[in-house]
Design a protein around this ligand. Structure first.
Ligand code: SF4
Ligand code: SF4
Length: 255
């Protein structure tokens, strides 16, 4: 008798064919770890919510396996654009006007998610076409990006900001005083990335967090300005989650 596999099961089965995925990492993807908590570490202006397994006392860390892995460019479900991205890509692709670029190279997408604090949020924005004939109906489907070449991203480093973020999910929320806004980030567990591993210490990932802190902060500022100028609409201003679909995980705070 054949059993129907969930999208996450399918993704992890595919990932496991090429990479060794630790059992604990698979269990986190399926939301099966009751001992999954988080430790928050502030690096620069960003609060990173680092997954921590309270049982074995291990952190979940990440290291990008590029160029051996291209999964996030082979399977993006959308490429949302900020106002800065539109200008960057307009120049890169040689369009004289923003309107021509938007008409030919982007689609309008609307999607919902409730990744942060289980609040349902509706997002509307422009997404760069991953294939020339892409339409809005393709949003949410895994489509290999047309800019991926045998030597990597063909438009690197002038690629959309969202491409720099994965596997981090960045968001902004109110700080401890009403006039303050804080930048936050956590990992997304989509089943696409083989770069997660376990370690007793955060030390190995600290240089990466330092590198990403500035990128994430700048990207969130760009998202905020795009929202203010009506390039992005969200039903609630707390977060931006774009590249991949993911299940919610049972994370408790150990602040
Ligand atoms: S899927 Fe993960 S390991 Fe692979 S290229 Fe993307 S970030 Fe790196
Ligand atoms: S634009 Fe470049 S980095 Fe972004 S998904 Fe396409 S190939 Fe990957």
């Amino acid at each position: 008798m054949s059993t129907v596999r969930s999208p996450m099961q399918e993704a992890l089965d595919e990932l496991s064919q090429k990479w060794d995925i630790p059992t604990e990492i698979s269990e986190i993807h399926f939301g099966k770890r009751d001992d999954l908590t988080e430790k928050i570490v502030k690096v620069g202006e960003v609060f990173f919510h680092m997954p921590f397994l309270a049982g074995p006392q291990l952190y979940v860390l990440w290291k990008c396996l590029w160029p051996d892995c291209h999964n996030c460019c082979e399977q993006p479900i959308r490429l949302p654009m900020t106002e800065n991205d539109i200008e960057l890509m307009r120049n890169k692709l040689g369009y004289k006007t923003k309107s021509d670029f938007i008409k030919n190279e982007t689609t309008v997408i609307t999607f919902q998610d409730k990744t942060i604090n289980d609040v349902l949020i509706t997002h509307s924005m422009l997404s760069m076409k991953r294939k020339k004939d892409e339409t809005s109906k393709d949003d949410g489907k895994k489509i290999s990006c047309r800019f991926l070449t045998s030597s990597g991203c063909g438009i690197h480093p002038d690629k959309p900001g969202v491409c720099w973020m994965f596997p981090f999910l960045p968001w902004r929320e109110s700080g401890d005083q009403w006039w303050k806004t804080e930048s936050h980030a956590k990992f997304v567990f989509t089943g696409a990335c083989p770069g997660f591993y376990l370690d007793k210490s955060l030390d190995p990932i600290m240089p990466t967090l330092q590198d990403y802190s500035k990128k994430i902060y700048d990207y969130l500022i760009s998202c905020h300005s795009s929202q203010r100028n009506s390039y992005i609409s969200t039903s609630k201003t707390i977060q931006y989650r774009f590249l991949c679909d993911l299940p919610s995980t049972n994370i408790k705070s150990l602040k």
